[in-house]
Ligand binder design. Structure first.
Ligand code: FAD
Length: 320
């Protein structure tokens, strides 16, 4: 069976959920071979094996921490040369997409970014993408070289599929380019204790209807009752009520959670572009004609200042 390289996103050995989702998709098209780099790379092996990795290629070097993405591209290319895979899968993070694009150029392959599903095809893997602000769903396949595909978080279930997960050291020689750009400082973001926006299973977003930075507390309270991440429309971000890192949409982040709750958001096409692939969409808006109601599964016509706190209380009371 053909091998499929899976680039591992991890923090000091703790594998992030989008990588486990990639393993589910990789098993549809071949045998997953994981590539884990940097501090804690070997510690990822047990988790990766539980989710189907037949092999885990690891490498650790100061270059992975001190420099930007090129050392990781060098390592992924070394893995590619060692394995000759049928496809290379990378999580669709900002870094993942840069790594994937650089690899595709080097190995002269086509690339598909932001896939939301993947299946085996007679002539290679077939990726599903949601395009033009989620107005269309396309299926495409790469016809040049080895397919390099990035996949959005929450696109596949995490499945237990025990495999050998044999750890092998990957030998990497870094290119001159690798040390061209150095990280000079890191500023850790203040932790809110909430899940990462693009990976969250539930997102609660607020828009202009929230009417002020201080009122986002009611959006946060609902999010916290559900264990959700907080999102915001551009109108709310431009007004300075919430950080740009939480903006959902064309010029913000793209999310695909199980549940997306939009409060005081009209549903402009640019906002839809970032959330329309959410599995279940709920909107709370006082205007029954708001375009957001065209795409919801459940809509509440009402004042968010009444509805959202009631919803929060209801969620809390059900949790006991
Ligand atoms: P509005 O459109 O003003 O809607 C506010 C809604 O709140 C209304 O429907 C109103 O009925 C409702 N409301 C008001 N008060 C209450 C209340 N008390 N209770 C319940 N409902 C209430 N937008 C994004 O979101 N993300 C992007 O990434 C993005 N990128 C863009 C890129 C470009 C190039 C351009 C041109 C625009 C972009 N926009 C983006 C902006 C987008 O076009 C809209 O302007 C924006 O999404 C509107 O935000 P909103 O829905 O919060 O505000």
């Amino acid at each position: 069976m053909a091998e499929v390289l899976v680039y591992v996103d991890h923090v000091d050995g703790a594998v992030r959920k989008p990588t486990l989702e990639l393993l589910t998709l990789a098993r549809r098209i071949g045998e997953p071979v994981a590539v884990a780099l940097g501090s804690g790379a070997e510690a990822t092996a047990a988790t990766l094996a539980e989710h189907g990795a037949v092999k885990v290629l690891t490498a650790d070097a100061p270059e992975f921490t001190d420099y930007l993405v090129v050392p990781k591209v060098d390592a992924l290319q070394a893995a590619y040369d060692a394995v000759s895979p049928a496809a290379v899968l990378v999580p669709s993070s900002a870094e993942g997409k840069e790594i994937a694009a650089r690899l595709a150029v080097r190995i002269e392959s086509g690339i598909i970014t932001d896939a939301i599903d993947l299946e085996a095809g007679d002539e290679g893997p077939v990726a599903t993408q949601s395009v033009f602000a989620a107005a269309f769903t396309t299926k495409s396949r790469i016809s040049k070289g080895t397919p390099v595909i990035t996949v959005k978080p929450n696109s596949a279930p995490v499945e237990a599929a025990p495999a050998a997960g044999a750890v092998e050291a990957l030998s990497v020689s870094f290119s001159a380019q690798a040390t061209g750009t150095k990280v000079t400082a890191r500023t850790p973001r203040e932790s809110t204790g909430r899940p990462e926006l693009t990976e969250a299973a539930i997102v609660v977003s607020g828009g202009r209807g929230v009417n002020g930075a201080e009122n986002f507390a009611i959006i946060e309270a609902l999010a916290d009752s559900l264990g959700a991440a907080v999102g915001a429309s551009r109108a709310a971000v431009d007004a300075g009520w919430y950080p740009h890192s939480n903006q959902v949409g064309q010029t913000g982040k793209s999310v695909s959670p199980q549940l997306y709750i939009a409060s005081g958001i009209s549903g402009a096409i640019q906002h839809r572009a970032g959330m329309q692939t959410s599995k279940t969409i709920v909107a709370i808006n006082k205007d029954a004609e708001a375009p957001i109601f065209d795409l919801v599964d459940y809509g509440v016509v009402g004042d968010l200042f009444e509805v959202v706190p009631q919803l929060t209380d209801e969620v809390k009371s059900r949790k006991g």
